[in-house]
Design a protein around this ligand. Structure first.
Ligand SMILES: NC(=O)c1ccc[n+]([C@@H]2O[C@H](COP(=O)([O-])OP(=O)(O)OC[C@H]3O[C@@H](n4cnc5c(N)ncnc54)[C@H](O)[C@@H]3O)[C@@H](O)[C@H]2O)c1
Length: 279
């Protein structure tokens, strides 16, 4: 059911690669709610993904941009304001990539060039997006900017590797830029800390299936999926959340505040019962 929550609003959505992407689900929901937007992704993703299919469905234009390139972002803003016919009300930064994770590099044997790439793509790009938005006066009054994070910014998860540092930086950038954006234009900036979600980026983490399953059992509401994340993002783009800013918002079915759950206890008892020593 749609409520026209974003009627008349213009935006930019970074990071829709395929139908599993959180940004893909978000684009569909924003479209349903009456928002107009430009879709963008790294030029290489244009070849690997299916963004043009999504653009056709949502009646939007695709403007390629590598989010680490100031030149690309500048061009993206100029063209987007032109295509959409005015300033921007919402931006979704749904971008993450670690060469160390991709290439299975152990955390104790980091390639530091790749580490810097992880930080640039997954965190500094968010700063670049906002720095240029401010310099070019891209945002409308009471706009909303969101990036996606993960609880590994606060707690250790094996094999999340240098992405944990990237997410910590990302959340910190949201607070620092959120302060500036609020003062200059009443624009809010938040990060959403999302449950493990079955996407290309998510499943690239070693052992993803196990911690996806564990997290589901540790969350009283179960894992939040990409579609429910998209709904939450719509609410944060809407005028109903104007006073929420500089927050890292947990969208995780209760995972972050659960110490133990019956589901995990039952699961562990089951393993224990079936152990050879017990028989
Ligand atoms: N999937 C999960 O379990 C999960 C959990 C919490 C947070 N997140 C975060 O959600 C966000 C979206 O990821 P997803 O799970 O939808 O996976 P995804 O793989 O569908 O999306 C990641 C996107 O980042 C884009 N990207 C990579 N390098 C880029 C660059 N230089 N410039 C522009 N775009 C670039 C990719 O092309 C891709 O579209 C990421 O920030 C991710 O860390 C994911």
């Amino acid at each position: 059911m749609a409520y026209n929550l974003l009627k008349g609003k213009r935006g930019i959505i970074f990071g829709a690669l395929d139908e599993k992407s959180i940004a893909w689900h978000t684009a569909e929901k924003v479209h349903e709610e009456g928002g107009k937007f430009v879709l963008t992704n790294a030029p290489i993703a244009m070849r690997m993904g299916r963004i043009y299919e999504l653009a056709e469905k949502c009646d939007s234009k695709v403007i390629p941009a590598d989010a680490t390139s100031l030149k690309d972002i500048e061009n993206l803003y100029e063209e987007s304001m032109d295509v959409l016919g005015g300033k921007i009300d919402f931006i979704l930064h749904s971008i993450g990539m670690s060469p160390n994770v991709r290439k299975g590099r152990d955390y104790g044997n980091m390639n530091y060039e790749w580490f810097l790439k992880t930080l640039d793509v997954s965190a500094l790009s968010f700063h670049k997006v906002m720095q240029l938005a401010e310099k070019m006066d891209v945002m409308s009054e009471w706009g909303s900017i969101i990036a996606l994070s993960y609880i590994a910014a606060q707690r250790t998860f094996p094999d999340y590797s240098d992405m944990a540092q990237a997410k910590a930086v990302l959340e910190s950038i949201a607070r620092s830029f959120g302060y500036r954006m609020a003062r200059s234009k009443n624009v809010r900036v938040n990060t959403i800390s999302q449950s493990p979600t079955v996407t290309t980026a998510g499943t690239g983490i070693t052992g993803f299936d196990v911690f996806h399953d564990f997290s589901d059992k540790m969350s009283p509401l179960g894992n939040a999926d990409a579609a429910s994340c998209a709904n939450y993002i719509v609410s944060l783009f809407s005028d109903f959340t104007r006073m929420v800013t500089m927050q890292n918002l947990m969208h995780d079915g209760g995972f972050s505040n659960s110490g133990m759950t019956y589901e995990v206890m039952e699961y562990l008892r089951g393993i224990d019962e079936s152990s050879p020593e017990k028989k």
